[in-house]
Each structure stands twice: as C-alpha cells, then as structure tokens.
Design a protein around this ligand. Structure first.
Ligand SMILES: [Zn+2]
Length: 276
C-alpha cells in the first residue's frame, strides 16, 4: 500500500546528498562487554563506548533507520531523533532487531498508518516470528508498533531514496547491504555483517562516495570481516571515505585510528557523515 504522499515523492529526483548518523558502531555484545575489566584510559574515551550497530540516514525529505538494535531507544534519545519514515533491516540477528518495538514512537498516532519495514524474505520469516504480535495482528491500537512488511528482492524506491540491495554472505545467513544511489552516482553503501564482499557486490558499490563496512576485530572470524579482510575489501571498493563498524574492544579508537590508511576511519557512536 503506497500512500498519497509517498507516490508523489516517487516522482521526485532521487536525493543526491545524504547525511548518515552512526547510532551504534559496536559488535553484538557492545563495548564494554558485561563483566569485563578495562583500563580507565580505555573507558575514558567516549569513542570506545560502542552500542550495537545501526545508522540513521537522512535526505532533505526522508529519514530512515537501518536496523533496530536493543539500544534503539537510547540511541534515538541521544541523537534527538524524532522522525523515522521507514526501517531497513539487514538481517534478523538479535543485535540488529531487538529494539524494533520502540519504533512505536515513529508510527503515526493520529492516522494509525503503518511504518514501512524493508527486509529480505528470509529476514521477514524471522521478524514475523519474533514480533508476531505486531506483524500478525490485524487491529493494532493507536500508540503501538504497527509495521507494514515490504519484501526487498531487487532495487527499489522509497520516497526520494533510490536503493539497491547488496547480498552479503554472513555464515548461514545472507545479510542485506543497502546501496543508496542517485542515477549512476553511488552515494552511501552500508555493508555490515559479512564474511566477504563478493564480486557481484563489489561491482555494485565500487567507487561509492561513503562506505560503511564490517571490520569486527583483528583475528579472523567465521562470519565477519576481520580488520585485514576489511582493509582489502575497502581498497577494492575505493570509496572516497570508508568507515569501519561492528567493532569489538580490540579497537582502542585513537590508537588504532592513527594506524589506518588515509580515507579509512573507525566509526564511533554519534559520528555524523555527509555523503554525495
Ligand atoms: Zn549478524
């Protein structure tokens, strides 16, 4: 169901400039990890405090969330987010979806209009199980989370956003990366949770203006890019700016940032990036 406003906005040119706010830059457990001790200097740097991975992307007209972490409420309060027009979901692992119920604040409390949720078919299979009360119920009262499932299988438009799914291997799961474009221009690619960037995906995102990429930790991992693998993928992609995310406590922000090549940065919670 495409409402009036949305169909009118489809007529618009795709947005050429986007701003990205990193809501969370941390791995599945966040940093610091519960029950672990850290040196005082490590915790004194706010860039080492990492909530679960998510970004907020805005054009002049449209605002979307990618993933809804267990810390979504805290992230939205911190960044003063008041408007979300749709949610894009990369995959249904707990660290990416468990805050979804807090999207009730972004549902229209006057009209009862549903909030569009974009995800792959396999991700929806899990979302509809975990949030059965929201996806299966017919009459959701005003004030509660009311989603509208929109299955992503090919490039799509949401209002003034032109979006391409980027399929990424992540263990037994296929993670959906999102590439935001304006015609031939590749503006932002958000590629989290992947063991590699396969050649098809490389072709899609090569030369993108801003790349946000999984770089879990220093040691290899069976389902995520480690730092070396992420650096190789970043070099092949050749973005103007690359930001690493989904980071463990291996990274001490200021120390490890200083060791990265030019144009490659560690993301941190609250970072704002201008793309396009
Ligand atoms: Zn995952």
């Amino acid at each position: 169901m495409v409402n009036q406003k949305e169909s009118e906005m489809h007529e618009l040119e795709a947005a050429e400039k986007l701003s990205v706010t990193v809501l969370g830059s941390g791995t599945s457990q966040g940093v610091p990890v519960i029950g672990m001790e850290y040196p005082g200097e490590y915790l004194a740097n706010p860039k080492n405090i990492r909530t679960r991975p998510s970004v907020y992307i805005e054009s002049d007209l449209t605002s979307i969330l990618i993933d809804t972490t267990p810390e979504l409420r805290i992230q939205c309060l911190r960044e003063k987010i008041r408007k979300v027009d749709a949610v894009f979901v990369t995959h249904a692992h707990a660290d990416h979806i468990m805050g979804m119920d807090d999207c009730r604040r972004f549902c229209n409390h006057e009209t009862g209009e549903a909030l569009p949720i974009y995800a792959s078919k396999s991700t929806f299979k899990q979302l509809k199980r975990v949030f059965a009360y929201a996806f299966r119920l017919k009459d959701i009262p005003l004030g509660y989370f009311k989603p509208e499932a929109r299955v992503v299988s090919e490039p799509f438009r949401f209002r003034d956003l032109e979006v391409e799914p980027v399929w990424l291997p992540h263990g037994k799961t296929t993670c959906t990366g999102f590439l935001f474009k304006c015609g031939p221009k590749r503006i932002v690619a958000y590629l989290t949770d992947c063991k590699e960037v396969p050649s098809e995906a490389l072709d899609q995102v090569r030369g993108v203006d801003v790349l946000i990429l999984d770089a879990l930790r220093f040691r290899e991992h069976p389902t995520h890019l480690c730092l070396d693998e992420a650096l190789t993928a970043a070099r092949r992609i050749g973005a103007r700016e690359t930001y690493f995310t989904h980071l463990t406590h291996d990274y001490d922000h200021d120390i490890h940032q200083a060791e990265l090549p030019a144009g490659v940065y560690l993301a941190w919670d609250g970072l704002k990036i201008h793309a396009g």
